[in-house]
Design a protein. Structure first.
Length: 715
């Protein structure tokens, strides 16, 4: 936990937040929990902000002060999915939220309940429980959690929008003046004890016997954090024991060495008002398992706070999930700026002697435009010097910056800066700048942790740039292999989409095409080559070319088009298979003939609103056997009938029956009453993937028989 800095503490709730304090205290008392917290949605941003925390120090929630709604954390899931999220213990946390488990390695349970509002969720109510409680939650408890969330929602709507504080409010479990005196509370918890801490970790009571064991005077320790006033306890391992006691509400014991040779045993007994500590001379061999390392120095010779260490672990786990450069920049800004009270950041890389800005936060757009592309000058600018030397630079105010770099221009109103090198494989690739709107003293702890974080950010950014480059290449290749535009077919209105999977960067093998054959006939084809790689893309290009050529030669015989394409596939002897559906349209007669090579059945929406799948007998996949015959199925069309051809990425989902997902799409198609086929495709895709995270490539082609010839196609 970071050392307290009273001048930076958020104000205690006043009359405008008394209702908030009452709700959070009631939530703890009614559920027999240990702590509660309130998250609200930030106006205009898909982000949850921690507004207040009751029962544990705010520093414990440092990695989760601002949470993206898409983030893998319980409160985000609760709001996004509008459901109660229950985590019964450490195993549940590690299984369902591994990133959070890294930073919370304690015995605890938690619940996150969405807070309902008149126009959607207002945020989430978070409840923490001690370890050792039953892992399963009872129906009565669920009702209580939901009722508390409704009470919180009514409070928020009655009092109006809460001001979002720079720091979350700290709310005690008891109102001011109602808690017992520290000495009395200590006596209630542990008769004859030696020391008491409040939930912030400060020493509120200490006996003469404890002072003798510590070798200090009362005024040296009272009101301080033990790891501040007793230097031999300034070790993250000891602070972690305190955190474990406060969060799990379970007794914790450890042994520590008071220099030069006196071992002391500490037993911590927590409850909802503080921690009672029994301190005795150690009687066991200090080399036993209870003995802990005496020091863990940083490069600056000081021990890092355990909260910072868990923050590093949490961020490292988070960065492994980031994919593109934008993801890394967003994650760094969301996680690191609030943790270090910073107001701005700039991520940049050196390219051809110039700084290229990849991400920023807290700067005006015109300021970033002026900085982007500036030449790297190792003499005049701190960023240039950092790139040249690989050594971080810290400037606590403008005067210090001007003294070291008198020729450097200050293009923003920032007052303090940290310039950190981004180093990959021993090479400085860029510069990361953290900035402050007020003068800021960089402690040894902050300098060490920020330097370590820069290494994590550098490697994540390097991976992300490679990912973006591959993704761009794959996207460009895919676009080159698909038709640039669909031809105009009199009597048909057409729309098409290709949507690549969001995971990975390999090019896919899904394709579509529309071929004008004569003035009154056309062919439509949708296919899917097995795999996601360059080989699949190359084969897709060959198959599309073969279909196009054979469609021209065998215009009105869909079965012959597939048979000839299959023979080409067999001659190529590929290791991949291809599914395909081919539709021949006679626009004048309003008739469509379909042939399928193992492809999902097309969907039809009739002009009267009825929708169904079309029974098309699927032949073998292309490339299995050279001499294969395919069956043709014909259907009459009415004006305004809509035919939808698609690949299996639209209907195949893990754990979901394909017949069920297809039936749901038929229902969506039948409910469509618009005229824009592009809007229809978007609705079908949104139903299949509400979060827009496509697990497979999707190709769709929608065609409508027009009442009057001459409608234009669209891609």
């Amino acid at each position: 936990m970071s050392a307290p800095r009273d001048e930076q503490q958020p104000p205690s709730p006043g009359t405008d937040t008394e209702a908030l304090a009452r709700v959070l205290r009631a939530a703890v008392h009614r559920t027999n929990g240990t702590a509660s917290g309130l998250y609200v949605t930030e106006p205009g941003h898909p982000v949850l902000r921690l507004v207040a925390l009751c029962g544990v120090p705010v520093e414990f929630a440092e990695p989760w002060r601002r949470v993206p709604l898409t983030g893998p954390v319980p409160v985000a899931d609760a709001v996004r999915e509008e459901r109660l999220v229950w985590v019964g213990g450490p195993d549940d946390l590690a299984r369902n939220y591994p990133r959070a488990a890294v930073a919370l390695p304690y015995r605890l349970a938690l619940a996150a309940a969405p807070i309902p509002g008149s126009s959607g969720p207002l945020g989430a109510l978070l409840l923490l429980f001690p370890g050792g409680r039953p892992q399963r939650v009872s129906p009565e408890e669920v009702e209580t959690f939901v009722a508390l969330a409704h009470d919180t929602g009514r409070m928020l709507e009655d009092t109006g929008p809460l001001p979002l504080p720079a720091e979350p409010y700290r709310i005690g479990l008891e109102p001011d003046g109602t808690a017992a005196e520290p000495a009395d509370a200590f006596a209630d918890r542990l008769p004859g004890g030696s020391m008491a801490l409040d939930l912030e970790g400060r020493i509120t009571f200490v006996t003469d016997a404890a002072l003798d064991l510590f070798g200090v005077h009362r005024e040296q320790v009272l009101g301080t954090l033990p790891w501040q006033s007793l230097p031999w306890l300034d070790d993250p391992v000891y602070e972690d024991r305190y955190r474990a006691a406060v969060i799990s509400r379970a007794p914790v014991a450890f042994t520590a060495l008071r220099p030069p040779d006196r071992w002391l045993s500490f037993a911590l007994y927590p409850d909802g008002t503080g921690v009672s500590v029994r301190v005795l001379p150690a009687v066991e061999d200090p080399s036993a398992a209870t003995a802990l390392p005496a020091t863990w120095p940083t490069a600056a010779g000081r021990s890092p706070r355990v909260g910072r260490l868990y923050f590093l672990m949490h961020l490292a786990a988070a960065l492994t999930e980031a994919t593109g450069v934008a993801d890394v920049a967003e994650m760094v800004a969301d996680q690191i700026l609030p943790a270090f009270d910073a107001d701005g950041m700039v991520l940049s890389v050196a390219e051809a002697g110039r700084l290229r800005i990849l991400g920023h936060r807290g700067y005006a757009r015109e300021t970033i435009s002026g900085l982007d592309g500036l030449p790297v000058d190792t003499v005049l600018t701190p960023a240039g010097r950092v790139l040249d030397s690989g050594i971080p630079s810290f400037f606590e105010d403008r005067e210090e910056l001007a003294r070291v770099y008198p020729g450097a221009e200050t293009v923003s109103a920032k007052m303090a800066w940290a310039f950190l090198p981004l180093i990959v494989a021993g090479r400085t690739t860029g510069c990361w700048v953290l900035s402050y709107e007020h003068p800021h003293e960089f402690t040894d702890d902050e300098r060490a942790v920020l330097t370590s974080l820069a290494g994590l950010v550098a490697h994540a950014l390097d991976r992300a740039r490679m990912y973006d480059a591959k993704h761009h290449l794959a996207h460009a290749l895919q676009e080159a292999l698909l038709p640039r535009a669909l031809p105009e077919i009199p009597g048909l209105t057409v729309a098409a989409r290709y949507l690549p999977a969001v995971h990975g960067v390999e090019v896919g093998g899904d394709f579509y095409d529309l071929i004008r054959l004569t003035d009154t006939t056309a062919a439509a084809v949708v296919g899917d080559v097995q795999g996601h790689n360059i080989a699949a893309a190359a084969l897709m290009g060959q198959v599309r070319t073969a279909v196009h050529a054979h469609a021209t030669a065998a215009a009105d015989r869909p079965e012959e088009v597939l048979a000839r394409t299959n023979r080409v596939m067999a001659d190529l002897e590929p290791d991949l298979l291809v599914s395909c559906v081919y539709a021949h349209f006679d626009v004048a007669r309003r008739r469509v003939c379909l042939a399928s090579a193992g492809h999902p059945a097309p969907l039809l929406r009739q002009a009267d609103g009825q929708a169904r799948t079309l029974a098309v007998e699927p032949g073998p996949l292309l490339g299995i056997e050279r001499d294969t015959a395919y069956t043709v199925t014909g259907y009459e069309l009415e004006a305004e009938d809509i035919l939808v051809l698609y690949t299996d990425g639209l209907v195949e989902h893990a754990g979901v029956d394909i017949d069920r997902s297809t039936a749901e799409l038929v229902a969506v198609l039948g409910a469509f009453r618009g005229a824009d086929l592009g809007d229809l495709i978007d609705r079908l895709v949104r139903h299949a993937y509400p979060d827009s995270r496509y697990t497979d490539d999707i190709a769709l082609l929608a065609l409508r028989a027009d009442a009057v010839h001459g409608s234009r196609g669209s891609g």
